[in-house]
Write a protein that binds this ligand. Structure first.
Ligand SMILES: [Zn+2]
Length: 424
């Protein structure tokens, strides 16, 4: 499903006017009267920007005007903004400075479809403030996070206009969809011109109970297969005249389900193998079908190479003398950021600002970090709570915004500004 009216946000209107111009239940937008004087400037700046981004109807792969909005924000700060578009996808690569090291904030402006509109308490593309939360599609995943990263960069640049190194933003509108033309296209373009990234923070919502409690320092790989086992169709009363592919496959499946593929390692849980789909039969109960088809997926750690997993699985199918076709898709290779300058900076910044010692984790699905890791040795994902990502009435706690701004700002200070001290 796509958004009802995917278009471009009207950023020329103040937010309050924008909301009242839209039909539906948009009463929740209170803005300045709700929070204005009691919160620090950075909160207002990040909250205003988060709301402006939510107002962009950027259902993947549309950016809904969000990238132009961000570009207009970054260019006056001295970022050189370049579009690296591919097919229908818009991507933004914005860089300030030419010297190493390069510190990059990465993320996506696209969102998943809102689902049934009447299930939302307020329209998904009209930002609404209620009960200490900011509501709207993308509030958690990941427009508030983008706003926090941008405001943190603004604050850092204002305080350190001649900072060492460079700062970049890598933003796409194709993360929630196929992810064929988004971050991967930017990474390929950077690779082609020999540009690498030294440190990267991806703003995915990684926190669980409180902002900063969980940081992703890697992700498992994803390897999918489509297996088609051939039999011979016949009347079920005369099985000797055919060959039942379900019966042939079942013992091999049982063996595959029971295997322990590896033990994982210090940072990764053991590799898992799961069947996601199984099809066989013609719908009648008196026919042995001609084939059985299974779709499966490995989530694998660096303890197993995808080529080894493929070989092991094929060996088992061969041992069971199956007649089969097998197509593989390598969705992602695993990556890991071990301890180092970025992880240390993140741990210190989060502990200093939140009082929480963050857990470093590699669990969960894939992210665009898998593409960036190819040109960046130190990559972490740090973002707000993920409890409402992709859900109806998606939201983020208002106090998460200033916390995220300060965390990112502090990390920038630790990684870039402190270089000067080392050099001096
Ligand atoms: Zn996301």
């Amino acid at each position: 499903m796509r958004a009802p009216e995917a278009g471009v946000c009207n950023t020329s209107l103040p937010l309050q006017e924008r909301s009242t111009n839209l039909p539906g239940k948009s009463k929740g937008l209170l803005l300045n009267e709700h929070y204005g004087i009691s919160l620090p400037m950075t909160t207002s700046a990040a909250l205003d920007l988060a709301q402006a981004l939510i107002a962009c109807p950027s259902v993947t792969p549309a950016d809904g005007g969000a990238l132009d909005l961000i570009r207009a924000r970054l260019a006056p700060l001295g970022f050189h903004c370049g579009a690296i578009d591919r097919n229908a996808t818009r991507n933004l690569w914005a860089r300030r400075g030419v010297n190493p090291p390069l510190f990059c904030f990465a993320g996506h402006v696209d969102v998943v479809p809102p689902g049934p509109l009447d299930a939302w308490a307020s329209p998904p593309f009209v930002p609404a403030l209620r009960d200490g939360f900011l509501y709207g599609r993308g509030a958690a995943d990941m427009k508030a996070s983008l706003a926090a990263m941008i405001v943190a960069a603004e604050n850092f640049i204002q305080a350190n206009p001649a900072h060492p190194g460079s700062i970049a933003f890598l933003l796409t509108s194709d993360e929630e969809g196929d992810a064929q033309d988004g971050t991967v296209a930017v990474v390929e373009a950077l690779q082609a011109r020999g540009e690498t990234i030294d440190y990267c923070i991806v703003g995915e919502p990684t926190s669980v109970a409180k902002v900063g409690d969980t940081v992703k320092n890697g992700r498992r790989g994803s390897l999918s297969g489509r297996l088609k086992v051939k039999g011979m169709q016949c009347h079920i009363a005369y099985p000797e005249k055919g060959k039942n592919p379900i019966h042939a496959l079942a013992p091999a499946l049982a063996e595959l389900i029971a295997i322990r593929w590896d033990e994982g390692n210090e940072y990764f849980s053991p590799t898992t193998w799961q069947v996601s789909n199984f099809h066989a039969g013609v719908g009648a109960n008196n026919v042995i079908p001609a084939f059985a088809e299974a779709l499966f997926n490995f989530r694998f750690s660096p303890a197993s190479a995808p080529e080894d997993l493929q070989r092991q699985l094929s060996n088992i199918l061969d041992r069971h003398a199956l007649d089969y076709e097998l197509d593989w898709t390598l969705g992602a290779r695993p990556f890991l950021t071990p301890q180092g300058k970025l992880a240390e900076a993140a741990r210190e910044a989060i502990t200093e600002i939140t009082g929480i010692a963050p857990e470093f984790s590699t669990t969960g699905g894939t992210s665009d970090g898998r593409f960036i890791a190819a040109i960046c040795p130190q990559l972490l994902e740090i973002g707000p709570e993920n409890a409402t990502s992709h859900k109806i009435n998606e939201r983020i706690a208002l106090d998460a915004l200033p916390t995220l701004v300060r965390i990112h700002e502090r990390i920038l200070e630790r990684v870039l500004r402190d270089i000067r001290r080392v050099i001096a």
